[in-house]
Structure formats: C-alpha cells, structure tokens
Design a protein around this ligand. Structure first.
Ligand code: NAD
Length: 490
C-alpha cells in the first residue's frame, strides 16, 4: 500500500520517489516508503483547506470529535504492541521505552478526546451594561505539523490529538528517518470515517516537504518540534502569511545536585537524565552541576555505572540503551566530544564506539562523561543530543543558579536536594519551562510542556496544548432597545 494519505486516499508520491527506512541497530533496510515532494505537499494542504472551509468538521459539536479521538485511542491501544515494535525498529530505542511511549500516547489521545467538548468561552463584564460581551474559541484552520525522529509518534500525538479535538484540519509530516508508527496511526485514523481531507499524511525531507508546509499561504498554523536551527527556518517561512507558530525546540538542560541530596537517588537520576534513549531526548540532563564538596565522589560513581550500561538490540530484554539514529548523527556527537577535549575537558569514560563486533554495523556510541568542563565550552553551551555528560562543580546556591541560567535555551532543569526551602528557591529561580525536584524526565498529558528562550514558543500538553489550536474571538452585542447612532447624535 502507498504511504501518503491525502484527501482520504492512500497515494504514492506523484513523482514516484521512495526512501529507504533504516534500522539504526544494524543499518539494515526495513522498508521503502513513498517520498513526497513540494507538489504532493501542496495537494495535501489543498485537501486540508477544502475540508476546513467546506466540510462540517470545524462546526461539529466537540463531543463528536472527542468520540472519534476516543475510538482512535482504543484502536492504538489494541495495536500498541505492534506500534511499539515499529518504534523500536525505527529508532533503536528499547522495547521497554517504546511500550512506555505507546501507553503515554494513548493517554494523550484520550486526554484530548476528553477535552474536546470542554472548550468553554467566557462572558465579560462589559463597562456598558447594554453590551453583551462574550469570548469564544474557534479552530485556527489548517495546521501543518512537523515532528522529529527521537519520539516519532509521541511528538506527533501531542500535535494531532489537540488539533483534531479543537476542529482543525491537519497535514502531518514525521521525520523522514522515522515514519513507520505515524503511517500505522494514519491506517487506524483512516478507519474512523473522518471527512476526506481532515487528516493528511506526507512523508519526505525537511527542506522540501517541511519547508513547503511552513511557507504555504494556505496553512494557518505550523507546529514544529525539532532543532533550534530548523525552528528558525520554520519561523522565517511562517512569517510569509503570519501563521501562528508553535515551536518545541532543543535545549541544554542543567541538572543541579547539592551536597545535601539523597546521594543514591541523585546518581541514579543523573544517569537516567542523560543516558536514557542514548541521550537523544530534548530534555536530556546533559549538563551536570555538582556541589564541589561531593564532585569527585559523584563523578566516580557515575563513571563506574555508565561503563556498565548494556548497549544492544532494543528488542532484547537485557539491553539498557540502543544506538544513535544515524551515522551522520553519530559523527556529529563524535565531533562535539573531540572538540570538548581540545578545549580542555577530561574524558572520564566512553568517547568511542563500542568494540563489541555484534554492534559494529549499528550507530552505537559509548556513554561518555567529561569533567573539567566550564561554561564557555561549546559542549556545555550546545545541545549534543547523544550520550554525553559534562560535569562542572559549583560552590554554593548562587553559583549553581548563575551557571544553570547562563544559557540561551530553557527547556527543562532538575534539582536534587533534601532542603525543602532550597528546592523551592531554586525551582523558582530557574528560567526553564519544566523544573523537576528530586526527579528527572517525568511529563504527563495533563501538564504543559515547552521551553523558555530558544527552546521554543508556546506549550504542548495540558489545556494550553489545546488552546494553541484555537483562535480567540470576542463578540460584542449591543442589546440596547434604541442603540445610539454615532453620526446621528448631532
Ligand atoms: P530537525 O530539526 O532536524 O528535524 C525536525 C523535523 O523538521 C523533521 O521532520 C525534519 O524533516 C523537518 N525539517 C528539516 N528541515 C526543515 C525545514 N527547512 N523546514 C521545515 N521542516 C524541516 O530535528 P531532529 O534532528 O529530527 O530532532 C532532534 C531535535 O528535536 C533536537 O534538537 C531535540 O531537542 C528536538 N526535540 C524537541 C522536543 C521538545 O519537546 N522541545 C522534543 C523532541 C525533540
């Protein structure tokens, strides 16, 4: 079956192009899928435009759309094991992680199914009592939704579920590296009986398909999750017709460990923060700030455990971490580590590919820890997006906060302390969209997700994630029996 879903029909790319999907565990070809170009993208956007302007979709009661999303959640739940297997094949992440992703995704779709009929407006207390002033929320229109490869279906679900719940029409583009679970989800969506053109799927390269989506005058909103550099391209292109933009970008996330923290917890979570999914997590705690008095002890414990992380096939129960997504991405990570050592960092472990012949074909890289890092180093300032931890000592709370906030981005931060006052002071002073206290990484459908600074614009998840997909309209109704006529007043 072809893999582009446009105007209610599965299609091949008009030009007949295809792209191979690669399993990063061993670089084998998993499948070949249709590769759209700008013309296919224009066709998908036109279908979404027609469906928004001419079908009843946007005007249906929210409860109807909520029911459809509930059915999608049920179908995805029934298919979760299959979807998890596809995600592991596509990304290399462990099956344990993929199963967790699928459970979270079903939860997100159900959450927005439940919110679909709760978008109540407001009645305003107008200064003139004869004016009835109400505020309503309406769908934005045609939404372009572009997602990355690290959490392919998770990121797509954070976009498509609220957009559909609010009555928008969508054109979805997963990363060209990881389209499999999004294709499968559209197979399930296609069974729900949505009006043609409400949900469209295009697969293809960012600079052609993604760029055409961001620039199209027929798109009203572009929601993008990916790197900061690409986010800038998207924002520039979106300026052409002043689209609404929602940007979920990368970050360099600090993790602060104070000497009064529960040591075992802090060490375990510092490893989880950076080595989970081989560090390919937007919220990875890749910058560890440790109080100087416990620096050496913490580093020794981290190095000891990091060297025992079991790399391997994500389908095997014993595997603790999979490969990086591609050869190109691994080369980028290797470049960052070499640059850090040149700038004076000390390599405490990793810094190389594993020598296990069973992993030689995949894009593996060893968990890496660098000490003697300081805030001016490139590796401390830029997102590496791999299994690489930099460690810096700090002297006190003021020093820790100054270092942590010395960044352009602001996605997430962690603080480990057993002092309740400090936990509150520090979490309030950190300039990040999410702050975890004595934990790292948890997120959930009900709470907003997004970043300060260069980490993005807007929020996904929670009720704010639905509001992103609405326009706000004020309706002022003059109910006076004999309204005043402006020019008739003289
Ligand atoms: P990327 O920016 O390279 O690509 C993301 C998506 O944008 C892909 O679908 C790609 O095809 C598309 N794209 C590429 N060029 C484009 C262009 N010119 N116009 C429009 N679209 C284009 O990012 P990636 O490497 O796929 O993902 C990793 C990045 O995503 C990291 O920086 C990570 O921090 C970020 N991320 C952020 C969050 C978050 O919630 N803030 C979540 C996951 C990933």
């Amino acid at each position: 079956m072809p893999e582009l879903y446009i105007d209610g029909t599965w299609r091949d790319a008009a030009a007949g192009a295809t792209r191979e999907v690669i399993d990063p565990f061993d670089a084998s070809v998993v499948r070949s899928v249709s590769e759209a170009d700008a013309d296919d993208t224009v066709a998908a956007i036109a279908a979404a435009r027609r469906a928004f302007d001419h079908s009843d979709w946007a005007h249906r009661p929210g409860a109807d759309r909520g029911q459809l999303l509930s059915r999608l959640a049920d179908a995805m739940e029934a298919d979760a094991e299959h979807l998890a297997g596809l995600e592991t094949t596509d990304t290399g992440k462990t099956l344990v992680e993929s199963r967790q992703d699928m459970a979270d995704i079903v939860g997100v779709v159900r959450y927005y199914a439940g919110l679909a009929d709760k978008a109540a407006g407001e009645v305003i207390d107008a200064p003139d009592p004869r004016i009835r002033s109400i505020v309503v929320r309406e769908p934005v229109g045609v939404c372009a939704q572009i997602s990355p490869w690290n959490y392919p279906l998770l990121q797509a679900s954070w976009k498509l579920a609220p957009a559909l719940a609010a009555g928008n029409t969508i054109v979805v583009k997963p990363s060209e590296l990881t389209p499999l679970t999004t294709i499968r989800t559209f197979e399930l969506l296609a069974e729900l009986g949505l009006p043609d053109g409400v949900a469209n799927l295009v697969l293809g390269a960012g600079p052609t398909v993604g760029a055409a989506m961001s620039a199209s005058p027929d798109v009203d909103l572009v929601s993008f999750t990916g790197g900061i550099v690409t986010g800038r391209h998207v924002m520039r292109a979106a300026a052409s017709n002043m689209k609404n933009v929602a940007l979920e970008l990368g970050g360099k996330n600090p993790n602060l460990v104070f000497a009064d923290a529960d040591r075992d917890l802090a060490i375990d979570q510092a490893l989880n923060a950076v080595f989970f999914h081989a560090g390919q997590v937007c919220s990875a705690g890749a910058r560890l700030l440790v109080e100087a008095s416990i620096h050496d002890e913490v580093v020794d414990a981290l190095v000891e455990r990091a060297q025992r992380i079991v790399l391997g096939n994500g389908r095997e129960q014993t595997t603790e971490s999979g490969p990086l997504i591609s050869a190109d991405h691994r080369a980028k990570v290797e470049g960052y580590v070499a640059g850090a050592i040149e700038q004076g960092a000390t390599l405490r472990c990793g810094g190389a590919r594993p020598d296990d012949p069973a992993l030689a074909d995949g894009f593996f890289y060893l968990p890496t820890i660098l000490t003697d890092c300081h805030p001016e180093m490139t590796i401390v300032r830029e997102e590496v997006f791999g299994p690489v931890l930099t460690v810096e000592p700090f002297t006190d709370e003021t020093d820790a906060l100054a270092r942590a906030n010395d960044t352009d981005s602001g996605l997430a931060a962690g603080v480990f302390t057993s002092d309740l006052g400090r936990a509150q002071r520090v979490s309030q002073a950190l300039r990040f969209g999410t702050v975890w206290i004595n934990d790292f990484h948890p997120y959930f459908a009900q709470a907003p997700w997004g970043g300060y600074g260069t980490s993005g614009i807007g929020r996904e998840l929670g009720h704010l994630g639905l509001e992103e997909y609405t326009e706000v309209k004020h309706i002022a109704h003059n109910t006076a029996p004999e309204p005043l006529h402006w020019f008739g007043m003289r």
